[in-house]
Write a protein of this length. Structure first.
Length: 210
């Protein structure tokens, strides 16, 4: 699951009227400065040896402040917190009482987090991603983003909009694992406390720097 955390800043259900996914994405890059939403994440591992694929579902809350700050609070089935503070990326596993700290610029790279939370505009996105409108599906308008760097973990990212709302983030990695995030109750350009994107390892937690 740690591969998908950062990807996850993935992401904000902004509200934009547009004719296709690319226009919605451009509107998001220009207009959405911060926001918060609920999310459901479904991770499906590729089937092996004729067995059914393994599926894991998580739920929680997401907040972001562009450029470069976001927070994922996983609530179920396990508590986990992921915070990007603009300098470091923190991952806190509550059950293990373990914190992983990484330099944010090295951890994000060509990930969905960089796609939606870090890049300042569409031109900057195009430096790292090949972007194109994809066919409508499931009542949504889609953008397909393919990282130009081929040595990363992410193969493709699809971003889906419903009307004026960004609704889905669909990620496939180079191992064939698929992660689908669906967002709800999004509020954009409101007040987000600065402390939201600050993280201090809890007393007694094991801190691992990578």
């Amino acid at each position: 699951m740690k591969r998908f955390f950062t990807m996850m800043a993935l992401a904000t259900c902004a509200q934009f009227a547009s004719a296709d996914g690319m226009q919605s994405l451009e509107g998001f890059m220009k207009s959405a400065k911060n926001g918060r939403a609920d999310f459901t994440q479904t991770v499906t591992a590729p089937a092996k040896d004729g067995q059914q694929p393994k599926v894991k579902t998580s739920t929680g809350n997401f907040e972001f402040q562009r450029p470069g700050k976001f927070r994922f609070d996983y609530k179920k089935p396990f508590e986990q917190t992921i915070v990007a503070d603009g300098k470091n990326l923190w991952l806190f596993d509550v059950d293990l009482n373990q914190v992983t700290q990484r330099a944010q610029d090295q951890a994000l790279g060509s990930t969905p987090a960089a796609l939606l939370a870090s890049a300042p505009d569409l031109t900057a996105l195009k430096a790292d991603f090949s972007l194109s409108s994809a066919p409508d599906q499931d009542g949504q308008q889609w953008v397909l983003a393919e990282p130009k760097a081929k040595d990363g973990q992410i193969k493709t990212v699809r971003v889906g909009f419903v009307g004026e709302q960004l609704a889905t983030l669909d990620i496939v990695d180079n191992f064939g694992q698929r992660s689908v995030l669906k967002f709800g109750n999004m509020q954009v350009n409101g007040q987000v406390a600065a402390a939201t994107f600050q993280f201090k390892p809890p007393a007694g937690a094991d801190v691992v720097k990578q």
